[in-house]
Design a protein around this ligand. Structure first.
Ligand code: KG4
Ligand code: ZN
Length: 340
């Protein structure tokens, strides 16, 4: 293998997806994700089970990533891994594995912040996808986070707004649970919403200062609304599922877009990128397409496979750290709370 190639193996294990990817000079050669099904029956991620599943999955997932990339371990230039934020027991599996592998292969170790990686996913080389220019705004919306970030450079990021309680993904998942839909309910709300009337039911939007968000009150509003309506008609949810989902999604997207508009106004930056699991949502994607036409924004919407947790995004973040020779010490530890 020519030695000008920078081959990076990236490992992601912060929540309930065990993922590995191989990149060569920033190009994705493989991107493997094992989604843990065990949590479905509990209606949410069980940390102890997640950690155990990572231990079972990590070796086969990495093998598969190397095999698909057709790269031998000895041709790797560095190992990148998610240091945090995330579930401690889950992060420890990826961190320990990455450290041992880098040590064994005698290659540099690169630690990556999961939330930075969601944003840097926009720098993956993909045909038909433009890369944002600095500075730009990024809204990271997932099951664990809701942030608006001003991105001045690859690793110069500042959170300018975030949720004070639940993440937006939780607002989707908890609303879905109230409707009796299985976990994670976000994609199902999206699916039913496509055929429903978004204005059928009204939910009030929370009033939160500045660029911050709050979603805990929204979930309670959905719960009280459904309880009241099912008292009047026990089949209310069944009869109106599509309209309820469309109305919930419409309200949530409205909350996100109101804050984004405010962020664009406050910063004067109109390049907007989204990332994280909820950026797979068709409503938010459409809202950004509309924003380009209506307000002249330049929007960056990730490819589906780079929205939910994946290792390709860890790899691209690792690649840019490699170029800066920003390597981690072998004493590095996982951090469940890890600020951008
Ligand atoms: O980024 P991610 O995979 O994991 C975290 O870091 O949290 O995000 C998962 C979240 C879940 O809450 C899931 O319901 C939500 O992303 N999600 C969606 C959609 N696809 C995934 N929410 C709404 N619409 C979707 N299409
Ligand atoms: Zn994530």
């Amino acid at each position: 293998m020519a030695d000008h190639l920078i081959n990076i193996l990236a490992i992601e294990s912060s929540c309930d997806d065990t993922a590995a990817a191989v990149l060569s000079n920033g190009k994705i050669l493989s991107n493997i994700v094992a989604t843990q099904e065990v949590h479905k029956q509990y209606g949410g991620v069980v940390p102890e089970l997640a950690s155990r599943a990572h231990q079972q999955n990590i070796v086969p997932v990495i093998h598969q990533a190397l095999e698909k990339a057709n790269i031998d371990k000895k041709d790797l230039s560095a190992i990148a891994f998610t240091r945090g934020p995330g579930l401690m027991g889950s992060l420890l599996v990826g961190t320990s594995f990455a450290k041992s592998l880098a040590m064994g292969l005698n290659v540099p170790l690169i630690e990556v912040n999961h939330m930075q990686a969601h944003i840097l996913a926009h720098f993956i080389e993909e045909e038909g996808f433009d890369k944002p220019e600095f500075p730009f705004l990024a809204m990271t919306i997932s099951g664990g986070h809701t942030q608006i970030v001003k991105v001045s450079d690859y690793f110069d990021m500042k959170v300018i707004g975030e949720t004070l309680d639940d993440a937006v993904g939780e607002a989707f998942d908890k609303s879905a649970k109230i409707l009796g839909l299985p976990y994670p309910g976000g994609p199902l709300i999206d699916k039913y919403a496509r055929e429903g009337d978004p204005k059928a039911f009204q939910f009030t939007k929370p009033k939160v200062d500045d660029l911050n968000f709050s979603f805990s009150g929204f979930k309670t509003a959905v719960l009280y609304f459904i309880q009241k309506k099912t008292k009047e008609d026990p089949e209310f949810v069944e009869k109106n599922l599509k309209d309820i989902c469309a109305s919930i999604q419409y309200t949530i997207i409205g909350i996100l877009m109101d804050k984004l508009k405010k962020a664009v106004k406050n910063t004067g930056i109109n390049q907007v990128a989204i990332g994280g699991g909820v950026s797979a949502n068709s409503g938010i994607r459409q809202a950004l397409v509309n924003a380009e036409k209506k307000w002249g924004w330049k929007c960056f919407i990730p490819k589906f496979e780079y929205t939910t947790d994946n290792a390709a995004m860890i790899g691209i973040a690792g690649y840019h750290k490699y170029l800066q020779k920003d390597f981690a010490d072998f004493s590095v530890t996982a951090q469940s709370r890890y600020k951008i």
